[in-house]
Design a protein around this ligand. Structure first.
Ligand code: ADP
Length: 208
């Protein structure tokens, strides 16, 4: 297996971060491959600052288009500083969220036009797409229960949006999966963490 860029997507509380950790161990222990973990937003120095604005600061309410620009700026930094150099060295880059998040949140959630988002994302990524995207699909009601139980400092402003917003975001991820069937594979996030992990490994072994 050469270098790969794998993104894990889903609404907050779907279990993405849990699966990213499990996948890192799988690549290291079973495959002996070095893994670089990153996240959107927040994987680079600039991204850390953008993350504070985009997901932590409740007072900061950017215009939706400004919000999209900031996500795309974060994405450009990630692709240039983390994805390109590492994948070209043969490493595996796993990202907690990736390009589909803007379709789901800024497109379906906020209502910005999908072609605009696709154009900006293509610019931000130099037309590069993840080699594989795992969508952890889940009913927002279950996701919300998990977030409430999780507590801690994983606070994400988008998780505070109303139920209807989360439903639209879920639809956005499923839409992205439908139009990118080769790249995006769906797993059922309502299963146990071990079952989801096994489903993801099966997908990885089949497709990359
Ligand atoms: P995300 O990164 O998608 O927001 P997390 O991985 O942080 O989600 O998971 C949210 C919460 O749900 C955490 O407390 C986690 O331990 C728990 N969790 C994750 N996956 C599952 C699962 N498959 N079943 C039950 N609880 C889960």
């Amino acid at each position: 297996m050469g270098g790969k860029w794998i993104t894990i997507e889903g609404i907050g509380g779907s279990g993405k971060s849990t699966q990213v950790q499990m996948l890192e161990k799988y690549f290291l222990n079973s495959k002996g491959l070095e893994v670089i973990l990153t996240k959107e937003p927040g994987g680079t120095n600039l991204g850390v600052e953008l993350r504070k604005i985009l997901v932590k600061d409740l007072e900061m309410k950017p215009e939706y288009l400004s919000e999209l620009f900031l996500f795309e700026a974060d994405r450009h930094e990630t692709v240039k500083k983390i994805v390109e150099p590492n994948v070209s060295k043969g490493n595996i880059v796993i990202s907690d969220r990736g390009i589909d998040g803007s379709i789901a949140y800024q497109g379906f959630g906020r209502g910005l036009p999908i072609p605009l988002i696709n154009n900006l994302t293509a610019l931000a990524t130099d037309n590069r797409q993840p080699d594989l995207t795992i969508l952890v699909d889940i009913d927002p009601i279950i996701a919300q229960e998990r977030i409430t139980k999780r507590g801690g400092d994983e606070f994400d402003k988008f998780d505070l949006e109303e139920h209807k917003f989360q439903e639209k975001v879920r639809e956005g991820f499923l839409y992205s999966a439908r139009i990118n069937t080769n790249r995006v594979k769906i797993v059922d996030g309502s299963n146990s963490t071990d079952k989801i992990h096994q489903d993801i490994i099966n997908i990885i072994e089949e497709s990359i």
